[in-house]
Design a binder for this molecule. Structure first.
Ligand code: UPG
Ligand code: MN
Length: 728
């Protein structure tokens, strides 16, 4: 029994410190906001009298920059750092009293998300340093792939060896894929051979596209299952629920209990909406509530393997703290990524989104949910009469051995069916929320509006590690999907600026609004990419000249913004090179992901197309991967993203050359056009990899000839428009 005396005291399990630089950040915010006001005033007095189309465009760009700047301030106001003490948790609560944990792993496409990598993720969490009799791992397969099920049948057998192996050797990295590809893992020959043979079997089945009879060492009953796949497509099939391991019956080679392992592919039919990942997660919430109903739920993307077996204990330092538990919805760990190249050329860390900003908003109600690496209190997902976690009686014997009962399975199939949600509140006020491609952001936001809190847990050793897109087009496409999802929330009746501020709080509403309007970066970035260089070419000055006192305002606003950004980045363990690439990708995204995302969102909105969840590929061709490792940008496909990037690169280079040539000849031009020259020069430096890809490279990652050609034509067209705007 959990008695009062065994309950942890709040302060012993975790600590919180406010960023010592917070007061400076606040002073800086105030000063900088005066600078912004001065700039807007300057616009109103000079440029807007008389107003012209060009000055209005520039004013619009600066207004949006000011707006985004305002929204980001709460993140810098009270940034906090937490630490937790899992050993003390065990001392105070005792291993026997740990609550049960249900882990959800989502996968959606066996070709973009190889089943063996999903299996490795699952094995890494099955090997958590956690009582196996209270651990259940659920796989949701939206790809409806028999090969994935087959891979998990194999994994269930492999787990009997793998779990004791991890325990005996005290491994930290319990994903076999990660372990065997790291130097430490190289010399455990027998385990490695066993893993490799399983991998080969699964990969050949994947290539073949189906599971053949001789792949299986299975019981006739298991063989029966694969017959279900006849006439079965991923968009149209009945639900399949398969219990692969049952804790009360299955043991590892040392005789210890194994965790439950359950495969689930929810029913799909082409006429019912399936709500992408949010739909998959809601099915998991319901199915698990019937089968194991653990009070704690961990959601994971299929690539995010555990890199620290103590992660659940860390999360419980918060979830079991009686001072927090009553309204703590979730504990979010950051997303870390493996195999990024040294300078992280595509900004794959997304450091602001995953590390810096969550610490910022953790000083208020807590970070937003980022879809993976998140431990939920089940009460936040599924209203139930459960008591808060801290007053649970976890030692009470659970109802074991019921997973196979016909009545349980029958009920589980019912709640996994397409029609189950019709007429219910699932997705609107219960569970993971529908209506946005960023179901994670949307769900976290709505929970905060309902009065729930969250906590950011960011230990020294990354607790979960996954894959970031390693090809530029995929990386930009992913951010485009996020932009569309954010805008869906922005225009819903739950707009963070109104609903959010009212129901959560002012700072939290602003933080959520920052993301909701993320797409609007495209406005200033597109205007600044094209307007000043064209003006430079046509000798029209848009910014103050060097001797003008307003010039110093521009210098201050630019330098202060870049320096704070750099300092934030370095303090979050970034390097200068990575920061440089991060600021570049911000501009690149503005012209591509944000711009195209906003346009596509508008088209969706008027009914021309429907938004879809394009799953990010976790596989990459060998050649591409070699280039990536060398830090070379990949422009090797004809993507509309690259046309606009190429156009911006050409317009700025030619304007810069023209501008410099003129400044060299004519006295006074340099001072007069300094800001124009600087801006174009800065963009040109950022575009160096683009020129290389257009004109110098010969490898497969160079820009396709027709993309280069179209970019040059579009640039010419822009000059033509410029001619009409500036000269006529
Ligand atoms: O219909 C779907 C689509 C996706 N997924 C799964 O969702 C996860 C995330 O998909 P991915 O393509 O990797 O998207 P990312 O953009 O990398 O993911 C980030 O952004 C998503 C929202 O756009 C969040 O769901 C993720 O947790 C977050 O890591 C993967 O495990 C997929 O298998 C499904 O289960 N069903
Ligand atoms: Mn992903």
């Amino acid at each position: 029994m959990t008695t009062l005396s065994t309950k942890p005291k709040p302060s012993t399990l975790h600590t919180l410190t406010v960023d010592p630089l917070a007061p400076y950040n606040r002073v800086h915010s105030l000063l900088y906001s005066l600078g912004i006001l001065a700039l807007l005033y300057h616009h109103c007095t000079t440029f807007l009298a008389p107003p012209s189309f060009l000055s209005l465009l520039l004013f619009l760009a600066d207004l949006v920059l000011a707006f985004m700047w305002g929204l980001v301030q709460p993140f810098r106001w009270r940034s906090v750092r937490r630490r937790e003490f899992p050993d003390r948790l065990i001392d105070t609560v005792g291993r026997k009293n740990l609550p049960a944990l249900d882990v959800f792993i989502c996968t959606a496409d066996p070709h973009k998300e190889p089943p063996m990598s999903v299996v490795s993720t699952a094995l890494s969490v099955m090997a958590f340093d956690y009582p196996t009799d209270r651990l259940s791992v659920y796989i949701s397969d939206d790809g409806g792939s028999e090969v994935t099920l087959f891979a998990f049948m194999e994994a269930a057998m492999f787990a009997r060896y793998w779990l004791p192996f991890c325990r005996e050797n005290g491994l930290q990295e319990r994903s076999p894929e990660a372990y065997f590809s790291s130097s430490v893992g190289g010399n455990s020959d027998k385990m490695k051979a066993m893993y490799q043979s399983m991998k080969e079997k699964v990969e050949s089945a994947l290539q073949r596209g189906y599971v053949a009879g001789n792949d299986l060492i299975a019981t006739p009953k298991e063989l029966e299952i694969f017959k279900k796949w006849k006439g079965f497509t991923r968009r149209d099939h009945p639900s399949i629920i398969q219990v692969l391991l049952e804790s009360s019956k299955d043991t590892d080679i040392m005789g210890d209990a194994l965790p439950n392992l359950i495969y689930l592919s929810r029913e799909k039919n082409i006429n019912s909406p399936h709500h992408f990942k949010a739909g998959a997660l809601n099915t998991l919430v319901r199915v698990s509530s019937i089968m194991t109903n653990a009070p704690v739920v961990l959601t994971l993307d299929c690539d995010m393997y555990s890199n620290d077996p103590q992660a659940p204990l860390r999360a419980l330092c918060y979830l079991l703290d009686p001072a927090m538990a009553s309204n703590l919805a979730y504990v979010q760990f950051p997303q870390h990524f493996q195999g990024l190249n040294e300078d992280d050329i595509y900004g794959g860390e997304v450091k602001r989104l995953f590390r810096i900003n969550p610490r910022g908003v953790d000083g208020f109600s807590g970070p937003s949910y980022v879809g993976s690496n998140c431990f939920f209190d089940r009460r936040a997902l599924h209203p139930s009469p459960l008591a808060p976690l801290s007053s649970h009686d976890a030692s009470e014997p659970r109802d074991r051995g019921s997973l196979h009962l016909d009545s349980v399975l029958k009920r589980a199939h019912e709640v996994a069916s397409c029609n189950y949600e019709v007429g219910t509140k699932w997705g609107s006020t219960i569970g993971f929320r529908y209506g946005s491609l960023v179901e994670d952001y949307h769900t976290g936001y709505r929970l905060h509006c309902e009065g729930w809190k969250s906590t950011f847990c960011d230990p020294e050793r990354p607790a979960f590690v996954g894959d970031a897109p390693k090809n530029l087009n995929d990386a930009l496409g992913q951010v485009k999907r996020w932009c569309i999802g954010f805008l869906e929330v922005a225009i819903s009746k739950h707009n963070p600026l109104t609903f959010g501020i009212r129901n959560a709080s002012l700072p939290v509403g602003l933080c959520y609004a920052y993301y909701a309007y993320w797409g609007s970066w495209c406005i200033p970035l597109t205007i600044y990419a094209f307007l000043p260089p064209l003006a430079l070419t046509y000798q029209k000055r848009l910014f103050p000249e060097v001797f003008d006192p307003w010039f110093y305002l521009y210098v201050y606003l630019f330098l202060a913004a870049y320096i704070t950004d750099l300092v934030d980045f370095l303090r979050a363990k970034g390097s200068i090179h990575r920061w440089w690439n991060d600021q570049r990708i911000w501009m690149v995204r503005g012209l591509t992901s944000h711009l195209f995302g906003t346009i596509q969102f508008a088209l969706n909105h008027v009914g021309i197309s429907t938004p879809g969840f394009n799953v990010t590929s976790k596989v990459i061709e060998e050649e591409q991967s070699e280039r990536y490792d060398k830090g070379m940008f990949d422009f090797g496909i004809a993507s509309p993203f690259f046309v606009i990037l190429g156009t911006a690169a050409i317009v700025n280079l030619s304007s810069f050359v023209i501008g410099i040539a003129r400044a060299a000849r004519i006295e006074g031009v340099f001072n007069e056009m300094f800001l124009h020259l600087f801006l174009s020069g800065f963009i040109v430096v950022n575009c160096l990899p683009i020129y290389e890809a257009m004109f110098l490279r010969k490898d497969g990652g160079k820009m396709p000839g027709n993309v280069t050609l179209i970019s040059i034509l579009v640039a010419g067209f822009f000059y033509l428009i410029g001619y009409f705007m500036f000269i006529i």
